[in-house]
Design a protein around this ligand. Sequence first.
Ligand code: ADP
Length: 271
Amino acid sequence: MITTLIAEARKILIKIGSNTLADQDGRINTLFLEDFAAQTAALIKAGKQIVIVSSGAQVAGLSTLGKWARKQDIHYKQALCAVGQVELMAAWGRAFAPHQVHIAQILLTRDDFGDSLRTLNMRNTLFTLVDEGIIPIINENDTVSVEEIKIGDNDTLAAQSAVLWSADLLILFSDIDGLYHKNPKEDPAAELVPEVWDIAAIRSQISMGGANPFGTGGIATKLDAAARVVSYGIPMILAQGGRHRSLEALAAGTQRGTAFLVPSLHPGGKS
Ligand code: ADP
């Protein structure tokens, strides 16, 4: 199923979580970025269009400055993201440069999605960039997003962006192979759910554990993201992004993941 979803999608939005972007020392994992950029560039050459939602500004800020790790003050956190966002984009730029692919930074807030003129502008900019073979890299604009007006997590930002761009497929890359009946970090016997046709039903069948140190949403926001995009007819894949050539392995069917599918497209006519 995942193989078919990737093969049939032309417009793919890929979200990469902080724990996939950072290595064990809390630094931007340049090996991952290079590996991912090579696969993405190949997809573009094969005629696909790609938009990325990238977390990691805070991690990048911490490793650049080497301080403020324990600061709870919101202004320090925002300042950390402002420092880190530059590093993050520079790292992405270096990863894509050998493939002659340009990148563009798009920083968004919750308000942007509630304003029709702004959404129209965002849509047009996304379409223009992608048509020109440039990869837009979206993140939340943490500098202006205080708690009350925050989107809050990049799973939601990715889902909103996928709807805005009218993507054919959303892929959430995390540090986990997919959705499990229980948090596999707490219960090694937890089983992967390969396909989800009914998100409301699956919520009652699984238990959700907490998020990772730099993760914000955990599995709950990933399910919310799936519910949002599926309601617009966009399927979603949740998979482990940190393995070597994950995107290609998923496309080839050699890596597992969870596919969240659009109920009206169920082969048995399930609605
Ligand atoms: P990311 O930074 O990639 O968005 P998060 O830390 O926010 O990642 O969320 C992914 C984590 O959610 C996993 O590493 C896992 O430990 C946790 N989790 C909790 N419950 C589940 C579950 N039922 N299935 C899969 N993962 C779960």
